[in-house]
Design a protein around this ligand. Structure first.
Ligand SMILES: O=c1ccn([C@@H]2O[C@H](COP(=O)(O)O)[C@@H](O)[C@H]2O)c(=O)[nH]1
Length: 246
């Protein structure tokens, strides 16, 4: 089945897969991007590629009409985060994010910055998401920080804080999606890294689900890096993931 016919069986105009482009070699990244189309996937630029290659790399992807998630997880005083989000919005990114534990004032400042910058730049404002508890955390690591084993309760607390502060959604594990879907607004967006097709290496991810389990749990966007980028054929790996979504 072709990639486009795989997608036509879904209810999305575009695939919900966001490929995490975590490369230290820009030529390898470009070679992959040049084999992809904006209907097959969105693209995520994180700390590694942004630090190595900067805003020009983001512009390269935006100019090719990809929805770009700038995943820099801002966490600082409100003024600093607002200015960083404003800069991201002016790059024309589709989504950017902050850490929810930066608090209400920081998230509100980020949201206001996203909206005011987009009107100056004449582009749509980026979706603003807030990171709850990293998907690389298990109960052992979590309890060393929070003196509790209840990751789901902290994810819910941070998601409600984010929602009440104006964020459009959260980054969480798909394991928390069913619980969140019952408690957050219908259009609050759930973005989930820690996605592993059955049989894939977990790497440093701890709270994982398969792509289709995540979609069934109510996730909006699946962030997937190494299972695609380290595959013998990343394009084929993406096609198989898209085809697995029901
Ligand atoms: O809680 C989080 C937040 C962000 N990430 C990012 O997602 C990708 C996941 O890549 P994989 O190779 O599929 O593990 C990566 O860029 C992380 O920085 C996350 O994993 N968990």
């Amino acid at each position: 089945m072709s990639q486009s016919s795989n997608l036509s069986s879904l209810s999305y105009a575009k695939s919900p897969v966001v490929i995490a482009l975590d490369f230290d070699d820009i030529d390898r990244a470009k070679s992959l991007v040049n084999q992809l189309s904006p209907e097959q996937c969105r693209l995520k630029v994180g700390k590694e590629m942004f630090t190595l290659f900067g805003p020009d790399w983001v512009r390269y992807l935006v100019e090719r009409d990809f929805d770009v998630f700038l995943d820099l997880k801002f966490h600082d005083i409100p003024n600093t985060v607002a200015k960083a989000v404003s800069a991201a919005a002016k790059l024309g990114v589709w989504m950017t994010n902050v850490h929810a534990c930066g608090g209400q004032d920081m998230i509100q400042a980020a949201k206001e910055a996203a909206h005011s910058s987009q009107s100056q730049a004449g582009v749509s404002p980026p979706i603003l998401t807030a990171v709850t508890v990293l998907t690389s955390m298990d109960e052992r690591q979590f309890s060393a920080i929070y003196q509790s084993n209840d990751i789901a309760a902290k994810v819910l607390e941070l998601a409600l804080l984010a929602q009440n502060s104006g964020a459009d959604g959260v980054v969480c594990s798909a394991k928390e999606a069913v619980m969140l879907r019952e408690r957050v607004n219908k259009n609050f967006c759930l973005v989930t890294p820690g996605i592993r097709p059955a049989g894939s290496a977990l790497d440093d991810q701890k709270r994982v689900m398969t792509p289709n389990q995540a979609i069934q749990a109510g996730v909006d966007y699946l962030v997937i890096g190494r299972p695609i980028t380290n595959a013998p054929s990343p394009v084929e790996a993406l096609a198989q993931i898209n085809a697995s979504l029901t």
